[in-house]
Each structure stands twice: as C-alpha cells, then as structure tokens.
Design a protein around this ligand. Sequence first.
Ligand code: AMP
Ligand code: ZN
Length: 483
Amino acid sequence: MKLYNSATRKREDFVPNHPDIVKMYTCGPTVYHYAHIGNLRSYIMEDVLEKALRYEGYPVKRVMNITDVGHLTSDADEGEDKMLKGARREHKSVMEIAKFYTDAFFSDCAKLNIKTPDVVEPATNCIDEYIKIISKLMDTGYAYFAGGNVYFDTSKLERYYIFNDFSAEDLDVGVREGVEEDLNKRNKNDFVLWFTKSKFEDQALKWDSPWGVGYPGWHIECSGISMKHLGEDLDIHCGGVDNAFPHHTNEIAQSESYLGHKWCNLWFHVAHLNTSSGKMSKSSGEFLTVSLLEQKGYDPLAYRFFCLQSHYRKSLVFTWENLDNAQLAYNKLTARVGALKPEDGPVDEAALAAMKERFLNALDNDLNSSLAVTAVYDVFKAKTNDATKLAAIGDFDRVLSLDLIARGEQKRQELKRQAVTAGQFTVVSESGESDPEVEAKILARQEAKKAKNFAEADRIRDELKAAGIEVTDIPHGAKWKRI
Ligand code: AMP
Ligand code: ZN
C-alpha cells in the first residue's frame, strides 16, 4: 500500500514496524461543542484508512484521545481553556460538558459508520503520564520553568519544523491576531507543557505536579496517551491538516526528545472541508452538524459518500447543491444494488477476484477513495451474475461502510411494497431510483385510464414530460426515466 507521508513529503510503501500490529493514533475531538461535518470529514477518511489496512490483512490497534482539558482558544497557548468556555456557555460543569459532547461525538460517528477506535482515552485520565514525560524533559534540559509554567525549549532541537510543505496560511493557524506575546518564552515557538499560571485563574480542573498545582498543555496529552497504549513507536499518526502545526510539530518535538529516537513513521493529514466563506471551524463561520443534515432530510451516509468521492489530500468544498447531488447519487447507487437478484448464483470466484483486485489497487494508490467508489460502479458493468456482483459490493463495503447491501435490500422491499399497494400495476424507474411524486402521478394516470378519462391521462403524461420524465407502458405497469 502506498501512502503519502506529510513528514517526508513523499508517497511511501507502507511497512509497519512490527509484523503483528499496526499502531495507529488519531487526535480526537475537543469536547466543548458538537463536532462539525468538517471535523467528521477527517474522522471519516481516517476510518477508511483503518478499514483499508484491516482489509489488506493488517492487525490494527487504533488509539484516540478525547481532549477534555488544556486546549486553549488559541493553539499558541493563549486564551482560556475551550472546555471552560463551553461550560460557562451552557451553565454546566466541565465534566458534564465533556460527557455530553463525547456522547454526541460517538453518536455522530455511529450515524456515519465510523468505527470506534480500539482505545478511547480522555486526556484527564493520564496526568501521571504527562508528569513522567515532562519530568524527564526538565532533567535533560529540553524543558524550562518560567513565570509559573513549564515550557518546551525548541532551540534545543536541530530541526523543529517537520511539515514545512504546508502553506503559510496553514502554519499560521494557531496564531490569532491580538494575541499578546508570552514574555516567559525563550523562543517564539516554545510551547507550554504544564500550566500553573494563566490569565484565567478559574480553570476548573487542576492537578498536583512537581511544578505546582495546574494542568497539562494540549500537545503533551497526545504524546502521553499514545505512549501509554502504543509504546515507544507509532506507525501512523492521523489528524486534520490544521493539526500539523503547531500541534503535531510539538508532539514530535517533545516525544522524540523524551524517547531519544524517532517516534512516528507516517503522518496522515486530511485536508479541510471548506464552505464558500472558508474553512469550517467550531469557533467561526458556518457550523454544520450531522443532526442539522438529518433535520434537512439528508441521510448521514450520503455525507460519507460525498467525502469518499474526493481524495483525502484535496480540500473539499461543501455546498448544499453538492450534498444534494451526493444524496441523489447515493439513492441511485443503493437502488441499483437493490435491483440485483441475490438468488442469481453461484458466486463466480474468478470474476470476484478480478473485481477485488481493482478495488485493492484504488486503496493502494494513496487511499484513492473516489477510485474505490468507481470500482463499485464497475461491478454493475462486469460480465458476471448478480450473486457475484453482490458479493463484490458487500466485500468493498467493509471499507467504504455505506451500508450498500442493507440499503439495497431496503430498496428492493420498497419496490415490492409499491407494487402491492398499486394492485397489479408496478411503477419502476429505469435507473432504479424511486421518486414518490413521479410515482404518484403515474398511478393517477393509470387510474384515469381505467376510468376511460383519456384526456386526463394524456394531460398527466404531458405534465410529466414537461418535468423531464418519460413514461413507457410495460406489461402490468409503467417504467419511467429522466430525459
Ligand atoms: P478539534 O475537535 O477542534 O480538536 O478537531 C478535531 C479534528 O478535526 C482534528 O483532527 C482537526 O484537525 C479536524 N478538523 C478541524 N476542522 C476541520 C475541517 N474544516 N475540515 C477537516 N478537518 C477538520
Ligand atoms: Zn493530538
């Protein structure tokens, strides 16, 4: 499998460090608000990566943190803790907020068929880990104490910037206008490992430490949690591209200084979901959630489908029109699956292997999910029976997770029900899609014909034609298509 590594800026053959396990770490959500569909784009693509690795036979152990402390409103160690801000906004305690939004996050993930990682660890659970790492960094001179906080000294490193192929805009993400310079820092990129002093003295969660009562910085939590569950090395570290700097850069700095050797082999960064007004973010701009999509009548899996149609390293523009198109295409796809006859067997193993090969090639090509989706469409064109096609689609869906077989079955049942409600008269579309409005009009035309009201029947047919629908009579029914 070839994957792009942001740290080397190359596509590389993926080779795990250990034959018996692929160690994968994912930066989890900061649980002070709902995840927006931009955050969830990152989690969908990381889910596809994990499932692709499993599909290829790798045993994966995936760990995710839950950020419930220490992520300040600016990634440059400034402002108040996002959790505290959320708690104040909702007149709840920080822990209540954390629980509520952690549950909401996993409920959104379930709707999008995102598998829960093997280990999910809240940052507040691992204070001892952070203290252990920071203590050693202090002992070895990589960290210093100033003005009540412990800082990492970036001047001690030969190379600090790892991901310098990102645009100036990406590198600026953490720095906000109007943020005062922290005069305790020896170098501008130094970052806080442990806070005991901040301008916001009402920080709710604090712990004892060798440097005084306080709380950890955001970056140290991912190093600590990863080492707690995955040991001293990592195969893949994932996150959205905004995490590359400063978050992942600082994770590498502190982890490698602590360990004394290389930490993570491959960095997998998902490009942003943007709206017409820029990057979707929790603090500004349009904030779209899975629940909002549902309220507007969209299927969350149509959003997953929308994400899969683009490569993870390209930014993706969200518009309602794009989502409408994805929903329509998803409906058509599931209807086509529903039109396949499961009893049309047996499975042709040679044909199945050829289709799987295509799918695998798409995944191997830096996780080209849009080609992987094309491999599904190619199945319909294959010269083989329906049972083989269904076997291929079910197999691919282990990675795509679009519920193609179950939704196809639903569509099959819907069509059957429609046929029953209309007596002997069946309405079908050539593409396999269903459209209740069109179907109702075709049934009304049939009623008019039965009542010998041919003028009305013709009127309805003309009305449908004007709406771009062509109706053809078939034995015991009618079929329609868009023209
Ligand atoms: P947060 O909850 O803010 O810590 O972010 C959770 C994940 O979402 C991180 O991996 C971010 O890099 C990622 N992320 C944030 N905004 C976007 C976006 N607009 N598009 C894609 N991923 C994003
Ligand atoms: Zn992280």
